[in-house]
Design a protein around this ligand. Structure first.
Ligand code: FES
Ligand code: FES
Length: 163
């Protein structure tokens, strides 16, 4: 049975006509039009579909859209500032060439954002553990880890300057 779903994505309210069986990844991509989030394995194994729900990374391919209506959702499109400035994680991925095809990148960024929000000074091991559910099939992980560590350092340095 079709119904109007109301979602809060990247701080904005979005309505979409949904059905009870629909997955959040498909609603975000096909009904809300935010195609940065990727659908790959569709079985919770690769992390490409990761979005944040109330600041926690979730697999949107394992989440029924109806259950996400009361949660604050954040997708990769929400990382950039309103003035177009990239999030330090996005900039660090560029600086460290941490993407090739980029299919995993949105999920990597969202998982890394949740980590840095919760733990601003992670060790490399912390980053590895946090990203262990995000699979990259083409660039390897060294540059991704370098990028996340660099972003953490830059975010902390900016905070110290602002304090
Ligand atoms: S597409 Fe959701 S975990 Fe792979
Ligand atoms: S950059 Fe291609 S899958 Fe990660």
């Amino acid at each position: 049975m079709k119904q109007i779903g109301t979602f809060r994505v990247n701080g904005k309210h979005c309505d979409a006509i949904i059905e009870p069986h629909m997955l959040l990844v498909d609603v975000i991509r096909d009904h809300i039009g935010l195609t940065g989030t990727k659908r790959a394995c569709a079985s919770g194994n690769c992390g490409a579909c990761t979005v944040l729900a109330d600041d926690q990374p979730i697999c949107s391919c394992l989440t029924l859209a109806v259950t996400a209506q009361d949660r604050a959702l954040e997708t990769v499109e929400g990382l950039r500032s309103a003035d177009g400035t990239l999030h330090p994680l996005q900039q660090a991925f560029i600086d460290h060439c941490a993407a090739q095809c980029g299919y995993c990148t949105a999920g990597m960024l969202m998982t890394a954002k949740a980590l840095l929000d919760a733990n601003p000074r992670p060790s490399r091991e912390d980053v590895k553990r946090a990203l262990s559910g995000n699979i990259c099939r083409c660039t390897g992980y060294v540059k991704i880890l370098d990028a996340v560590m660099d972003a953490a350092q830059k975010i902390n340095a900016a905070r110290e300057v602002a304090a």
